[in-house]
Design a protein around this ligand. Structure first.
Ligand code: B1M
Length: 223
């Protein structure tokens, strides 16, 4: 059986909320040489989008979303070490301090956790503030840890708007020009990021890592 077929199996098993079948498929994919990143960002994330669509259509309810998130977290736990090993790390390069969180009113944490894990695996110091994080908490953490980067995640249209308030709060406190602000999550877009005055938008965890790497190069050039 080819890897594509196994990915399709993982995708379908997650939509069916069949935990054992998902875990079995993930093991199979790893044996066939698939990377942890590809498993998380391809079949697993695609299935979550489809589950979201089924929820929107009224075929699935909150209980199904909770179960899907719980299966996803099992897989994330199973793949975490590999995810770290797959990242190349920064070696002797300058490490950054990154404060990251899901914004106030929003409890979706899977994507944010993948991004945080991958950035940490790159050798950065990551302060994960968790979910439902207020502007005050972001500002407090930027000051306390002397952060270089602020990462914000939002999956709800309503909570994504709150990102603007966080950026305004950083401005009020005189911190905005000191930090690189990157945003992501299903409720955001490149245009949205520009509109609210963020520095960058990442469509997924791989892109978030790439953007931060580019920022590291710019910082190294300056200091
Ligand atoms: Co909710 N939910 N949910 N939910 N949920 C969505 C987001 C929704 C799109 C589903 C739908 O209707 N199609 C919809 C939002 C609609 C909208 O506003 N536009 C929705 C809704 C409505 C809700 C509730 C309001 C439902 C209710 O109660 N009536 C409620 C809100 C709760 C709250 O937050 N206050 C709710 C609750 C939940 C659960 C708690 C049950 C559960 C989350 C559990 C958890 O996270 N621990 C849940 C889930 C599972 C989903 C879906 C199905 C899946 C989300 C997920 O984990 N995806 C979701 C459907 C969807 O997103 N299409 C949905 C997998 C994950 C790997 O992807 O998080 O997008 P994602 O992260 C990606 C990228 O976006 C990016 O990289 C990640 C990896 O590649 N990224 C970043 C994310 N953050 C980043 C930060 C960065 C850079 C990149 O830089 C800092």
């Amino acid at each position: 059986m080819g890897l594509e077929k196994v990915f399709q199996e993982i995708y379908q098993c997650l939509i069916d909320l069949d935990r054992d079948c998902v875990l079995e498929g993930v093991k199979k994919a790893l044996d066939m040489g698939a990377s942890a990143t590809s498993i998380l960002l391809e079949p697993m994330s695609r299935a979550m989008n489809e589950i979201g669509r089924l929820y929107e259509e009224g075929e699935y309810f909150i209980a199904e979303l909770i179960e899907a998130a719980s299966i996803f977290k099992d897989v994330l736990g199973m793949l975490e070490d590999r995810l770290v090993r797959e990242s190349k790390g920064l070696g002797g390069a300058r490490r950054l301090t990154i404060v990251i969180g899901t914004v106030k009113g929003d409890v979706h944490d899977i994507g944010k956790t993948i991004v945080a894990t991958m950035l940490q695996a790159q050798g950065h110091r990551v302060i994960d503030l968790g979910v439902d994080v207020s502007a005050e908490k972001f500002v407090e953490a930027v000051k306390k840890y002397n952060a270089d980067v602020v990462g914000m995640s939002a999956l709800l249209t309503t909570t994504a708007r709150y990102m603007r308030e966080i950026i305004e709060k950083l401005e009020e406190e005189g911190l905005r020009s000191r930090v690189f602000v990157v945003v992501g999550g299903a409720a955001t877009s490149r245009e949205f990021a520009q509109e609210i005055g963020a520095d960058a938008w990442a469509k997924d965890a791989v892109e978030a890592v790439k953007l931060v790497e580019e920022f590291v190069k710019r910082v190294r050039g300056r200091r």
